[in-house]
Design a protein around this ligand. Structure first.
Ligand code: ATP
Length: 678
């Protein structure tokens, strides 16, 4: 245990004296700071010290109580408690969104908790989870003393990363990162660790680890220098040449792409006009610390992101990150769709969002957070996953180019409120609630005809469908997919789409007989999951009329329509779980309909259930899984809202386009909505 008396701790004498380097080991969960057996500072001292402090945070309390330098049982308990503290299973950003995360992963953390710092070091048995590790590198020719790399400006460990983010503009970033990569290729070699350290023990390496550390409501990059000893804890996974840094990075970027090449599109107009500042302060430092290369462009007018996506050089990037609300991803998807090489574009690029707008449904649903820094950490660590899109056709544009929608289409009460309250944007989210309440009190109705191709019509059928498909895109299968993807990536030549497309989809590569498990795996096997031109083909052209197997919605309801809402992601805003049964790639969209004649007393529980998603359980609410629909409004004034964007009031026909778009999903899933337990 490396605790120091509180006096020294308070003194923050990190710059003044040379201290011992912090030792650590690799564990299954992360890098664990080792206790110092020779420390004269005993458990009793620590307890006395703890009592003397006015405030002790939860992490300190848990680990100090359970820790003992020489007691392995206590150490184990402490390890568990530290991991728990740093990887809680609760909400990750309560301050920003009410999204509840019930699934455990090592990205989770309560931002209110932070690593307790003892003279700048991490206390013994603290575990830095791999999910938080952004980068690691050997430290060369360092003298054998402790550096607090975060606070020592003169430290050679303050590598160019932080300087890049401070000192250089993004136009210069590429060349800087090229240089960095060259440097890294030397410092990351297994034989390049400190000769000084190596000469002391062949099993210890001096490594600088950069990780995402919670600070206030955010995570920020933090550096720490660690003398990592891996011999006493041999890992069967450690690669043959014992390249420790490579091993750390492998574990830290399991199932995800390292060193992403990201094209960032910022809508400076997004949200309350703070998108640029949010990106620069919350997202960029994390991206640079993780060795992602980034190029930034700004939208200059509505629709500009369509142009940008249509014209961009897709060979340079693997990810498009929209620092915006949901309007820019919508435009990007449609810009890529209009490219002559859209098949290549959709196969190559993952489209994701760093939440900087007022409606950040994509981030809340995919990154499980509305907080830009946590969302960026998710972006860095997430799994590339294919999601379904929806293809919209209306007479005024369908012939030229139909439009893709990733989030939702809505008509009636919500659409009117969403678009027509733009003028009170300054009110923030309250503008929407006020507008909805106003329209409900007025009992405004939106008569129309609706024709639907159902996948699961009744609520019981919907539940069965949900339970069946919930795990199909789950992490375990994504693991298989990503491993295969990593193997195949280098071999895959995007120029030869056609050649690869000619392969037989139905057969697995190795010809193994297909059971349920392999069907699931094959359904996401990247070698057979490349998007093809035929995936963009519209099954139900607008001009062909309504197919005979589509059902007409009871006119008694459609002529008194209150809300018509169809969607593919569970959240449509940070606090609105409108589609709790939405799944990334179940090949269906969710449809929710209300009747404007519903009494105010019955509407109240419906509206109050929107944050939990329980509104869909109310008997007055229709909730189905559908494959396609056509809605023909009977009013002459009004609008549709598609992904939050205004669409004309004309007949609208929409069909699902399965697994068309790559995005980044935390743990390969949408945020858990608890729908199965509702
Ligand atoms: N420079 C700009 N000036 C004005 N509008 C812009 C600009 N750049 C993009 N836009 C438009 O802003 C709209 C909203 O963008 P975005 O979704 O990123 O922000 P938002 O704050 O979440 O908005 P909303 O709440 O309306 O969805 C999009 O329709 C986009 O075309």
């Amino acid at each position: 245990m490396t605790l120091r008396p509180s006096k020294r701790r308070k003194g923050r004498s990190r710059h003044s004296v040379k201290k011992q380097i912090t030792s650590a080991i690799l564990t299954e969960e992360g890098i664990m700071i080792k206790a110092k057996p020779s420390s004269p500072y005993t458990y009793a001292n620590r307890m006395a010290d703890k009592r003397s402090r006015n405030s002790v945070d939860n992490i300190s309390r848990t680990s100090f109580q359970s820790n003992s330098d020489n007691n392995s049982i206590f150490e184990t308990a402490s390890l568990i408690s530290c991991v728990t503290c740093l990887s809680d299973t609760d909400t990750i950003d309560r301050s920003e969104t009410s999204t509840t995360n019930t699934s455990k992963d090592d990205l989770s953390a309560n931002p209110k908790l932070h690593y307790p710092s003892v003279n700048g070091q991490l206390p013994a048995n603290t575990v830095i989870p791999y999910g938080r590790i952004l980068d690691a590198r050997y430290i060369e020719k360092e003298p054998l003393h402790y550096y607090d790399a975060t606070s020592s400006p003169s430290s050679p460990l303050n590598s160019s990363i932080s300087n890049v983010s401070e000192k250089y503009d993004l136009g210069e970033l590429n060349s800087i990162q090229q240089t960095e990569k060259k440097t890294k290729s030397v410092s990351r070699g297994s034989n390049s660790s400190s000769s000084l350290i190596s000469s002391k023990s062949p099993f210890t390496k001096l490594v600088e680890v950069i990780f995402a550390r919670p600070r206030r409501h955010d995570v920020v990059p933090k550096r720490v220098s660690l003398l990592i000893d891996y011999k006493p804890h041999p890992s069967p996974h450690l690669n043959e040449d014992g390249d420790l840094v490579e091993e750390i990075l492998k574990r830290s970027y399991k199932n995800t792409r390292r060193n992403k090449s990201i094209f960032v599109i910022i809508n400076p107009f997004g949200g309350k006009g703070k998108a640029k500042k949010l990106f620069m302060t919350k997202a960029k430092p994390l991206l640079l610390a993780s060795q992602c290369s980034i190029e930034v462009v700004y939208t200059k007018y509505p629709g500009h992101a369509i142009e940008i996506a249509r014209e961009m050089d897709i060979d340079q990037y693997d990810t498009i990150a929209c620092a915006s609300g949901d309007g820019i991803p919508h435009e990007v998807i449609n810009g890529l769709y209009r490219r002559p090489d859209h098949v290549k574009a959709f196969n190559k690029l993952a489209i994701t969002e760093i939440p900087c707008g007022s409606g950040n449904a994509m981030s809340v649903s995919c990154h499980w957070t509305n907080n830009p820094s946590y969302s960026t950490l998710c972006l860095i660590k997430s799994i590339e996953t294919k999601i379904d899109l929806m293809c919209c056709s209306q007479p005024s544009y369908a012939k030229k180019h139909p439009k893709l929608s990733f989030l939702s289409q809505t008509y009636g009460l919500i659409a009117e409120t969403d678009i027509n309250t733009e003028f009170i944007r300054w009110m923030g989210p309250a503008r929407f609630e006020l507008g909805v309440a106003f329209n409900i009190i007025q009992k405004k109705r939106y008569p129309c005809d609706i024709y639907v191709k159902y996948a699961a019509k009744s609520k019981n059928e919907l539940k069965t469908h949900y339970l069946e498909y919930k795990n199909k895109g789950s992490l375990e299968y994504q693991h298989i997919a990503m491993n295969k993807c990593n193997e195949d990536r280098d071999n895959y030549n995007y120029e030869n789409d056609q050649e690869i497309d000619d392969g037989d989809d139905e057969e697995s590569d190795d010809g193994v007989e297909e059971d349920d498990h392999s069907v699931l795996c094959n359904s996401i096997d990247p070698s057979t999951d490349q998007i093809k031109e035929e995936n963009f083909k519209i099954k139900y052209p607008l001009d062909d009329g309504v197919p005979s197997d589509w059902e007409r919605l009871d006119p008694n309801i459609s002529n008194n329509l209150g809300i018509f809402y169809t969607g593919k992601m569970p959240y449509v805003a940070a606090d609105t779980k409108f589609f709790p049964a939405a799944l990334p790639s179940d090949g269906t969209m969710d449809m929710v309909i209300t009747d404007a004649r519903t009494s105010l007393t019955r509407m109240a529980p419906i509206l109050l259930g929107l944050d939990k998603g329980s509104h869909v359980l109310q008997p007055e609410v229709l909730h189905s899984k559908i494959l396609a629909y056509k809605i023909i409004p009977k009013l002459t004034n009004g609008l549709f809202s598609v992904d939050g964007e205004k669409f004309p009031l004309e007949p609208l026909q929409v069909e699902i386009m399965p697994r068309l778009c790559k995005t980044l999903l935390r743990n390969g899933r949408y945020v858990d909505t608890d729908f199965d337990s509702m």
